[in-house]
Design a protein around this ligand. Structure first.
Ligand code: ADP
Length: 510
């Protein structure tokens, strides 16, 4: 099979479909190739939270003392401690002063605060002593474009809830959710738009290698699942959007410099298709790789399947984690690497998320965020439910008083607004209304932060920071944005913002 289009997109997840939608809106002909039997990739498995400042929707979120304290804290910070990110801190300090002079009951947020959170959440030192931070230009491109890009997808038909929360490890209430549950809420309008504008999607077609002519990427060689060779030529450019390498244990082991121990057998939340193909294809044409050693574990994954679904919980501030002894062991509002590392130290690397009726995040139709039927989850012992904490403890094989004592103590911390044990600072409501729920969880491989180096136009860079002509990339296949630890809710923002940019850049041959 031989075909030609203006833009060839490799990978049909969120980034690839955003690129296809934007390139076709730009008037380019587009072909998307996807190696699996359907589009969606990891994006369809994601909870679907999209972080952005959003003055309209965030009006409904109440400011509280701990968030206010965090803001005041930035006023004392020194720009020189923020490296390349100093300009964002300086702007933020000005915004905070203005805010403090006005109505402080309304939640404060801005692209600059989002930038600072990405900086703080991403700055990490690996086992070899190397410290990494996000690329300032890329991070600000993401945070400045987050709201306009969300509005773009909404304009294409995405339905976004007016309720804004904090997904686990997001650090601030700016996580938006699609009404349809999961990443499908974005994938469908993006794919529908692309297809309506003439994009061809070739399923079960796996990209194998990029075609380079006179130093320019001009196409891709692929193979169909029945073995038929496919050659695709790009008049304008190729967008690499193949996702990460979370499902490639050997590649994880080759690059990991962050987790002291990462067994080959560690489970993953990822699609089996997340094997890092685009990183290898990019490297073969001279692409620079950045931040490859940093791999994110999802602290709260299903202990048997590694999947993110199959449990019940609400916004991060409401979550309470206890180990097999019924004891809390970490500040549940912390970043994901902090949570994962604490969880790995518990007996059997297992913990329970404890919720009550008000904090379990169950829809009026009896579904969790992934659309799982809660009655089914109870039946299959994927979660536990009881009318009293005592009964819940018995079901979990725990000392019943230990759980009651711990939850009582925690409820007291909510009242006082301080957590002397682990320093949690942002709380939800008390755990006191039946039924009570426990979801068993364990860390698994979730997101690979490293990948192809790109610039703010999503052009792939070589070792000398020069764009490789004809090659663009977006989504988890890229590196440089999330540095050592991606914030919860920043992946969907990243993949759609940069997917859209990549489609435009390829289309306009930037
Ligand atoms: P992102 O969030 O960056 O969009 P996803 O994991 O959602 O990443 O999507 C990546 C998609 O790319 C997946 O659907 C995956 O099956 C597909 N893919 C991965 N490798 C290849 C390849 N070699 N050829 C074609 N498609 C691929």
């Amino acid at each position: 099979i031989e075909k030609t289009a203006d833009v060839i997109v490799i990978g049909g997840g969120g980034a690839g479909l955003a690129a296809a939608a934007s390139a076709s809106e730009d008037g380019s002909t587009v072909i998307v190739i996807e190696k699996s039997i359907s589009t969606g990739g990891n994006t369809i498995r994601a909870g679907g939270q999209y972080n952005t400042y959003d003055p309209d929707r965030q009006k409904n979120v109440k400011m509280n003392q701990s968030l206010l304290n965090e803001l005041k804290g930035y006023l004392d910070d020194k720009p020189e401690d923020y490296g390349d990110f100093a300009p964002s801190l300086i702007t933020l300090q000005g915004q905070i002063k203005e805010y403090l002079a006005g109505d402080t009951t309304v939640l404060f947020d801005s692209p600059e605060l989002h930038t600072i959170h990405a900086y703080i959440g991403g700055k990490r030192t690996d086992l070899k002593g190397n410290t990494i931070t996000g690329n300032y230009e890329l991070v600000t491109t993401m945070t400045n474009n987050s709201l306009p890009t969300l509005k773009w997808v909404e304009g294409l038909g995405a339905h976004i809830s007016d309720e804004v929360g904090t997904v686990l490890g997001a650090l601030w209430p700016r996580s938006h959710s699609p009404l349809e549950h999961t990443g499908i809420g974005y994938l469908k309008p993006l794919e529908d738009t692309a297809v309506k504008l003439g994009t061809e999607i070739m399923l079960e077609t796996e990209a194998k290698e990029l075609i380079v002519e006179n130093g320019k990427v001009t196409g891709v060689k692929a193979v169909k699942s029945d073995g038929t060779p496919v050659t695709l030529k790009a008049n304008k450019g190729v967008v690499m959007a193949t996702g990460g390498f979370g499902a490639n244990p050997e590649m994880r082991q080759k690059y990991n410099t962050y987790w002291p121990e990462m067994p080959l057998t560690m489970k993953t939340t990822n699609t089996p298709a997340a094997t890092g193909d685009g990183i290898i294809m990019g490297e073969n044409v001279g692409a620079q790789l950045v931040g490859m050693g940093f791999i994110q574990l999802m602290p709260s994954s299903h202990p048997e399947t590694g999947s993110l679904s199959g449990g019940v919980w609400g916004s991060a501030e409401t979550q309470v984690f206890v180990n097999k002894d019924g004891k809390r062991f970490v500040n549940e509002y912390a970043e994901r690497d902090v949570l994962a590392s604490a969880a790995l130290q518990q007996e059997d690397q297992l913990f329970y998320i404890i919720c009550d009726k008000n904090t379990a995040g169950i829809s009026p139709e009896g579904k969790n965020v992934w659309g799982d039927d809660v009655e089914k989850l109870v039946e299959t012992k994927s979660i536990y439910r009881a009318d009293t904490l005592e009964d819940l403890a018995v079901q979990l094989g725990m000392d019943k008083n230990a759980l009651i004592d711990e939850i009582n103590k925690y409820n007291g911390y909510i009242e006082q607004g301080v957590d002397p044990d682990f320093g949690k600072s942002n709380f939800g409501t008390k755990i006191e209304t039946a039924p009570f729920y426990a979801t068993p969880r364990s860390p698994s491989v979730h997101h690979t932060m490293g990948g192809l180096a790109i610039d703010t136009s999503a052009r792939v860079l070589d070792a000398n920071n020069q764009p490789i002509p004809g090659l663009y990339a977006a989504g988890e296949v890229t590196g440089g944005i999330h540095a050592g630890n991606r914030l919860g809710g920043n992946a969907i923002t990243d993949i759609i913002v940069f997917g859209k940019i990549a489609g435009e850049s390829a289309s306009q041959m930037k």
